[in-house]
Design a protein around this ligand. Structure first.
Ligand code: HEC
Length: 140
């Protein structure tokens, strides 16, 4: 009886860890902080900073779901392509070697996105790039 119980507990533990792995990526909790750290310095929507108008670089803002999907001047509609990480420039540019002229953030201009975080973004895009209830970073 005791063994049977222990076995049941063990199976339950495995089931929990498996489902945690398959849990959908939460954009606001898991992806947004990565973008804030590595990309926001240059890719926030047009705003005033110390009396100066700051425009998003490359016409790409990453602080709202709409802007993320809209993309920038060179790759409109291809910044994040739901279900297609390999077609999504958001991911492709951060995966380039730092010395590449298209690498994001540009060489020496910010924190590189770790391989683990890139994997998370890949998983999120592959699963349909769902933003959940998140729409945009609140105005400052
Ligand atoms: C220090 C400033 C800076 C940071 C930080 C930065 N970028 Fe950029 N980004 C640029 C500039 C400048 C361009 C425009 C390059 C051009 O047009 O030649 C650009 C363009 C892009 C483009 C192309 C947009 C288009 O459609 O034309 C993508 C995608 C991009 N960045 C993604 C990112 C991501 C993702 C991050 C964070 C991991 C990031 N960038 C961080 C400066 C930055």
């Amino acid at each position: 009886m005791k063994t049977k119980l222990a076995l049941a507990a063990l199976t339950a533990a495995f089931a929990v860890s498996a489902s945690a792995q398959d849990a959908p990526v939460d954009f606001e909790k898991q992806i947004l902080p990565i973008l804030k750290t590595s990309c926001f310095k240059c890719h926030e929507k047009e705003h005033e900073d110390n009396g100066k108008i700051k425009k998003p670089k490359g016409g790409l803002a990453l602080d709202s779901a709409e802007a993320i999907l809209k993309g920038g001047k060179d790759y409109p509609d291809e910044n994040v392509v739901a279900g297609k990480p390999e077609a999504s420039w958001l991911l492709k540019t951060m995966a380039l070697p730092e010395s590449d002229e298209y690498a994001m953030p540009p060489e020496g201009k910010g924190d590189r996105v770790s391989a683990a975080d890139q994997e998370l973004i890949k998983k999120w895009i592959a699963a349909g790039a769902n933003f959940g209830a998140w729409k945009a970073v609140e105005a400052k």
